[in-house]
Design a protein around this ligand. Structure first.
Ligand SMILES: *Cc1c(COP(=O)(O)O)cnc(C)c1O
Length: 374
């Protein structure tokens, strides 16, 4: 069976974790954490980067930094992972779900303005499959209505919008290093802060509401409880593992993009004949090789194709279920129907993409798909 995903080990993970253990300092914010954070700040131009235990945690920090309160409204696409909305729901926000684009599962930027009310506090663009949302349009709305933009860049490591790194454009951004993402530490995440106003408070929220970070820099002479917060920082073991991945980021990215391109070239003619759509990368965006998906003609065709692939040894999977129809949120949702989000719920299928997938295996997966009788 070809799995859908296989986390890639670069070979140095155990060495670095061993180093962390031997150093005698394995709690958070040690040498490896700082190396990782510096790497992100320098490579992507974030004002400040803070490692977190997950992307979900980084989004929760965003909700706290944005001071989201009961009945504030936050605009989130319906076709996304639960965490994009959950982090704000925990603070009492009402989620206003937004529609996907007709040509891409990402949010339809042109339908956002109609969702803004005097209660709107933030917009959460999700760069689905690592493909940028049209950030100029979103940042323009944010300026016009004085809103915060929080990029859910969970899938968007090393990707760009008009040459600018994703995660560096919104006021805040969250990345994931879950084992299903391009680079991983099992569980893990990153908060990127681009607006200087949030830097000091983010460090405090990160360290259980204390000003510990300022204390260790010698900026205050004692540290204590100064704000809300939680324990959002990962241990040095996680950071050590992540560092091994970051050292190989260029190699990992190159490999994943090659896999993506092999699928795209190999499946184009077949897909067109079947009425199946392949991923679209707008001119302003870039492909980071996070995901290769197909959009089938119908739910039936999609489900049968998944079964056909599985029966032949290939594990392909569907993706999100529209959040506005979720068991948790549907009774709270009073907005419009979102037919495009529902279409991706029903018709989208993801093919295996992971570092160790060989050209032969990709050939086999594509031939198996092409033998699909429907
Ligand atoms: C993976 C993912 C998350 C959650 O990441 P965790 O690190 O598992 O918390 C959030 N949003 C999107 C879009 C994701 O793909």
């Amino acid at each position: 069976m070809i799995p859908f995903n296989k986390p890639y080990l670069t070979g140095k993970e155990m060495d670095y974790m061993h180093q962390a253990v031997s150093s005698g300092k394995i709690s958070g914010n040690g040498t490896f954490t700082q190396k990782c954070q510096k790497f992100f700040e320098e490579r992507y131009g974030f004002k400040k980067a803070l490692l977190t235990t997950s992307c979900t945690d980084a989004l929760e920090m965003c909700a706290m930094l944005a001071n989201i309160k009961q009945d504030d409204e936050v605009i989130v696409p319906s076709y996304t992972f639960v965490s994009s909305a959950l982090a704000f729901v925990r603070q009492g926000a009402k989620i206003v779900f937004a529609e996907s684009r007709i040509d891409h599962p990402g949010v339809d930027e042109d339908k956002l303005e109609a969702l803004i009310t005097p209660k709107t506090k933030a917009i959460v663009p999700v760069h689905y499959a690592g493909v940028a949302c049209d950030m100029d349009k979103i940042m323009h709305l944010a300026e016009k209505y004085n809103l915060l933009v929080i990029e859910d860049a969970a899938q968007a490591i090393d990707s760009c919008y008009k040459g600018r790194s994703l995660g560096s454009i919104g006021h805040l951004a969250a990345f994931s290093f879950h084992e299903t993402k391009n680079i991983n530490s099992g569980e893990g995440g990153l908060l990127a802060i681009n607006d200087q106003r949030f830097v000091t408070r983010a460090e405090i929220i990160w360290e259980k509401g204390t000003n510990r970070a300022e204390f260790f820099r010698g900026e205050v002479d004692k540290y204590g409880w100064v704000d809300v917060g939680s324990s959002f920082l990962p241990s040095e073991l996680t950071a050590a593992y992540l560092w091994a991945q970051l050292e190989n980021l260029d190699d990992i990215q190159k490999k994943r993009i090659e896999i993506w391109e092999q699928y795209f070239l190999g499946l184009s003619d077949w897909a067109q004949k079947k009425g199946i759509r392949l991923p679209k990368i707008p001119d302003y965006a870039q492909n980071n090789g996070h995901m290769f998906y197909l959009v089938c003609e119908s739910a039936l065709q999609r489900d049968h194709l998944i079964t056909h692939l599985k029966n032949n040894g290939v594990y392909a999977v569907f993706h999100y279920l529209s959040l506005h129809k979720s068991k948790f949120y549907r009774s709270r949702y009073h907005g419009d129907d979102l037919p495009h989000a529902d279409e991706y719920t029903d018709c989208l299928l993801r093919l295996p993409v992971f570092y160790e997938l060989t050209p032969e295996e990709i050939g086999f997966i594509m031939n198996t798909a092409k033998n699909f009788p429907e």
